[in-house]
Write a protein that binds this ligand. Structure first.
Ligand SMILES: [Ca+2]
Ligand SMILES: [Ca+2]
Length: 473
């Protein structure tokens, strides 16, 4: 079932880039593709797409992905061999719960290996979708457009350099869609993935050098183990993620490496995650994400013009070396067990606000480690503005910069009966959050606590303060 409704309005508003049918190039069967101009890859193989039945028997062979998409049935797979495919692809029909329709690159562009968030990508010998010939109609503009349910898109590299705004890598309107192991990068002014159906799964993708990483709509989508880096100003304001809809879980993603010189201060201030407007964005869970080295970037801006945005939680995230703040203007936002180090250099990190963007009533801030956030004594703390009602803040561990981890003073917003102010929480290595292996969420991570840490077991109900559970090795 096609779920246009809300997403269409959003995508439509972003696609005022002229008309033209995007699928002209891919409509003729078995035409041989010439190599595309502007490609940095040498095409060494003839493009080959096999249509496989559920027993992996080859039914047909094509040279374009769309030719396969035109006839693929539930339970079948379009298997795409390495090569450069200069086309846009659009689904024609749905799979079923038992018999999905799969589009799979034979040699995936992005590979996830456990443990931790570890995505490796290859720059050749995969199926690359690039060039001018994206799918485009009055609603969407993208390399792969999913308009049906129970579709899997796995393993593609998608990129193109030409300067033209509002292109997307993968646009999904279907429900029960799985988008995995793709490497999407260098697309001008658009999003790596825009997904709008229900019950989706977006995982193990790398998205880099984009205007936006992920636009999330619909309901109950699980977004995990994706790697996002370098969101840049290009035609419009940049953001790592924008989230709308309800009951999404966003966990174990790695957001890293934004550079100030690519983000003109007068034009953009990317957020790691943002929501806004008179829309729905409820019950959003953002947990175990690893955020590191983001210049000229805010943690979040959660605003509303109506009543449909509320109930977000930020739990067990690492936030390290982030220049901006987290602005909360919506009700019922929980901030718990996060480790926040070296952020918001000349201001306060976490602001529960009341005013033009809404009122952040019923907020909860507990069991967080706030270390070296802000340059003046009170700035490691969080701020609760006048007008915010029923705010609960306690059990936070707050200290200044290493090596002194000084006590904070002049803070009157909240009186924490059980908070800790000042003192060294004894990290394994505060200078190296990833640890020697360079991978987030592994045993060697530098922001794990040493056994003598004064943050262990002193949070509410005896939990450890900060993102990691202390474990003896
Ligand atoms: Ca933004
Ligand atoms: Ca590590």
């Amino acid at each position: 079932m096609i779920k246009y409704s809300y997403l269409v309005l959003i995508v439509l508003s972003l696609t005022a880039c002229g008309g033209g049918s995007g699928d002209d190039e891919s409509s003729s069967s078995n035409s041989s593709n010439s190599s595309s101009s502007g490609s940095s890859y040498i095409v060494t193989k003839t493009q080959t797409v096999e249509l496989l039945d559920s027993s992996d028997t080859v039914l047909f062979t094509f040279t374009t992905i769309q030719d396969c998409a035109d006839i693929v049935e539930a339970g079948q797979t379009c298997l795409v061999y390495p090569g450069t495919y200069s086309e846009g692809i659009r689904t024609i029909k749905s799979g079923t719960p038992e018999n999905r329709i799969t589009f799979r690159a034979d040699n995936p562009a992005a590979t996830y290996t456990q443990p931790g968030i570890s995505i490796s990508t290859q720059a050749e010998n995969t199926a690359v979708i690039q060039g001018e010939n994206l799918y485009q109609d009055e609603y969407v503009y993208g390399a792969i457009v999913i308009e049906h349910d129970y579709i899997t898109v796995e393993g593609f590299e998608i990129f193109f350099y030409p300067s033209d705004c509002f292109r997307n890598g993968i646009v999904n309107f279907g429900s029960h869609t799985e988008i995995t192991n793709n490497y999407i990068h260098d697309i001008s002014g658009g999003a790596g993935i825009t997904t709008g159906g229900d019950d989706g799964f977006v995982a193990y993708n790398r998205i880099a050098n984009m205007n936006k990483g992920l636009n999330l709509y619909g309901n109950r989508t699980l977004v995990e183990y994706n790697d996002f880096s370098r969101m840049i100003y290009d035609c419009q304001d940049a953001d790592f993620m924008r989230a709308f809809g309800s009951n999404h879980i966003i966990r174990y993603n790695y957001f890293h490496d934004n550079y100030g010189e690519e983000l003109p201060t007068n034009l953009t201030h990317p957020d790691v995650i943002q929501t806004f407007g008179d829309s729905i964005a409820q019950n959003i869970s953002f947990e175990y994400n690893f955020i590191k080295d983001l210049e000229h970037t805010q943690m979040c801006n959660l605003e509303t013009d109506g009543t449909g945005i509320s109930n977000w939680s930020f739990k067990n995230n690492i936030i390290y070396n982030l220049s901006g703040s987290a602005f909360i203007w919506i009700p019922r936002v929980v901030f718990s067990r996060n480790t926040i180090i070296y952020t918001s250099f000349d201001t306060i990190f976490l602001w529960y606000r009341s005013g033009s963007g809404g009122s952040s009533n019923y907020g909860v801030v507990k069991n967080n480690l706030f270390i070296d956030t802000g340059i003046n004594p009170r700035n490691s703390l969080y701020s609760v503005e006048t007008g915010v009602i029923d705010f609960l803040g306690d059990y936070n561990y707050i200290a200044g910069a290493p090596p002194y981890f000084s006590e904070k003073t002049n803070w009157t917003d909240i009186e924490e009966l059980n908070g800790i102010n000042g003192g060294d929480p004894s990290f394994m290595d505060i200078t190296n959050p990833l640890g020697p292996d360079g991978i987030p969420w592994t045993d060697d991570d530098g922001l794990r606590l040493q056994s003598e840490s004064t943050a262990i077991g002193v949070g509410e109900n005896g939990v450890d303060i900060g993102a990691y559970d202390f474990q003896t090795n």
